[in-house]
Design a protein around this ligand. Sequence first.
Ligand code: NDP
Length: 288
Amino acid sequence: MSADIIDGKAFAAALRARIAGQVETFIAAAGRPPGLAVVLVGEDPASAVYVRSKHKAVREAGMEGFEYRFPADVPEAELLALVDRLNADVNVDGILVQLPLPAHIDERIVTTRIDPDKDVDGFHPVNAGRLATGLHGFVPCTPLGCLMLLRDRLGDLSGLDAVVIGRSNIVGKPMAQLLIKESCTVTVAHSRTRDLSSVVRRADIVVAAVGRPEMIRGEWIKPGATVIDVGINRTAAGLVGDVDFAGAASVAAAITPVPGGVGPMTIAVLLRNTLVSAHRRAQVPFDK
Ligand code: NDP
């Protein structure tokens, strides 16, 4: 193996420690902690784990967490009524509705009901539009975390060839927008892409967000590339990413492991988005 391992766990821990300090400064200025409301519907075990770890992180950062749980058969109207209340609550800076929602609830209706200025997940179309047009807004946490790791590793990304594999609204598309903003030359690949191996082979930066275990082969990677593996796949062999880690690590300059790479960044960026929202809403200048 020759690649450096990008330690997302350590990076996220340092970011969270910095945020905890900034939260103290915010409380001194605003007289209240930043507040994040998390809404969980149903009993999906993975969602319950995510919500628990988000709450733990919120508390550890010194923020206030508001937790709402509904049974899987909650009427959509009841959920929307809660979102309306949270939109109006002055102590709530961020609202997060854990996805996926049960089939009888329209995710788009719920997501678009959240005030875009409290949408710390960055899923509201207004925030997607702001990102695409270069306006201030909230950027989805996972791709923003990937960008932080890339900038920490590479510094200026200008002119680099980047390939994003995956075009979902929560990872692939916002990742591509962020890399365009960094002046990379960006290719977005997806399930209809022809000859994916040659597309990947010309990339200085590879971001894999597919959801297929070890699909991106080591021999596709350009020597010296930086590889960011967003994928989280549970297999009989344990948790693996979308990239063939051992193969890619023998040619890449740097690579994120799974677990311990991109995953821990997502919650750290959620805290950061909430802190930024609190500063904007309380009109307290944010010292990055
Ligand atoms: P989606 O299922 O929404 O999107 C997957 C994308 O991969 C689609 O654009 C799809 O193309 C593309 N794709 C599927 N098969 C292929 C193929 N054979 N070749 C090329 N592209 C393909 O997934 P998400 O974006 O939500 O998540 C992607 C992965 O990232 C998952 O493993 C998920 O668990 C993980 N994840 C990790 C997070 C973290 O915190 N670390 C957070 C969010 C996600 P098409 O559009 O054509 O169907």
